[in-house]
Design a protein around this ligand. Sequence first.
Ligand SMILES: Nc1nc2c(ncn2[C@@H]2O[C@H](COP(=O)(O)OP(=O)(O)O)[C@@H](O)[C@H]2O)c(=O)[nH]1
Ligand SMILES: [Mg+2]
Length: 335
Amino acid sequence: MQIHRIRGRSLREALSRAAELYGTQAVVLSQETDDEGGVTIAVSGDAGALAQFGVLSRGDSRRADAPRAGEEPGLADVRRRLGEQGCSKPWIDELAAEISTRADRGVHPVDEAAARIGGKLVVAAAPAARAGTRVIALVGPTGVGKTTTIAKLAHRLSAAGRSVALATLDGYRAGAHEQLRAFADRLEVPCIAPRSGARLGAELAALGPRDAVLLDTTGRSPRDRAGLAELVQDLNAAAGPAAAAGVELLTYLVLAANTSRAGLIGAHRAFAALAPVGVVLTKLDEAAEPAVALELALRARWPIAFLCDGQAVDQHLLRPTPDRVADLVLMGRMS
Ligand SMILES: Nc1nc2c(ncn2[C@@H]2O[C@H](COP(=O)(O)OP(=O)(O)O)[C@@H](O)[C@H]2O)c(=O)[nH]1
Ligand SMILES: [Mg+2]
């Protein structure tokens, strides 16, 4: 008889994991609660039960998530989950190797995987309070959620008692200002639309001191070199006079998680000229495989500033945590 230890955040989660891994016939031998409120159960069961749940029955051994001969069932389950979420074969192998080296410690491989994945997170500093105005510019491709994220940030900062204003350099698209203005009206904060980056400083001065000015910019295709150069020039023109007036300008890159891997890499490269201090990953709720964007960010050690999983201005802006990124990679959503 083999005995397996399985941890869950609750007894129910541990039991459902045990049933998934070792079948509903698995017998629970003991149960312990740990300091963090988690529950570890010991069950007897055999790996044969896995076949019943379709885990071992995948024929294609070339699949990254296909179980290996003799591999511990818990580790096979981790491989399967990562494969289903769209993680690449090299990363699955890398994680599996990290986990199997610690398999003797009595931690369930899924929990070990979550800890390993969460441990790779680099958190970008959130825009903190400082003396003087801070301009926070969001840049990125078209339609990724820049304007919406600005509204979410403005909502959060206002709710925290900071004085906020919205500004836009998005002077190109019809309706761009209206969208931002509508958000500004709802949040009851001022909104300015200088004709160029160079005019931003003067318009800010006229507005009076603010803790944070959230600056919207024109979405640019990573392939549009001329457009990107124009954006860099416009932001530089804004940054110079701003710095002279004691205003700090920070840039965050917004990327949508429903973009292909190549698209995300291309965008990250294209916007590097703007020296973003962190990335905001949006549309995590819409992406069929959010793990693709997370894998990229975690492996490349991109600092992540925020995770967005919906359109609601007052809800869907989250700071990244090890648990959140692990959930996204292993389950495709945040619990
Ligand atoms: N599902 C989902 N939709 C989002 C999210 N962020 C933005 N959107 C939607 O994406 C669309 C484009 O957003 P917008 O802010 O105008 O993008 P921009 O062109 O980069 O400024 C809008 O319909 C937003 O409501 C998100 O995290 N999840
Ligand atoms: Mg916009």
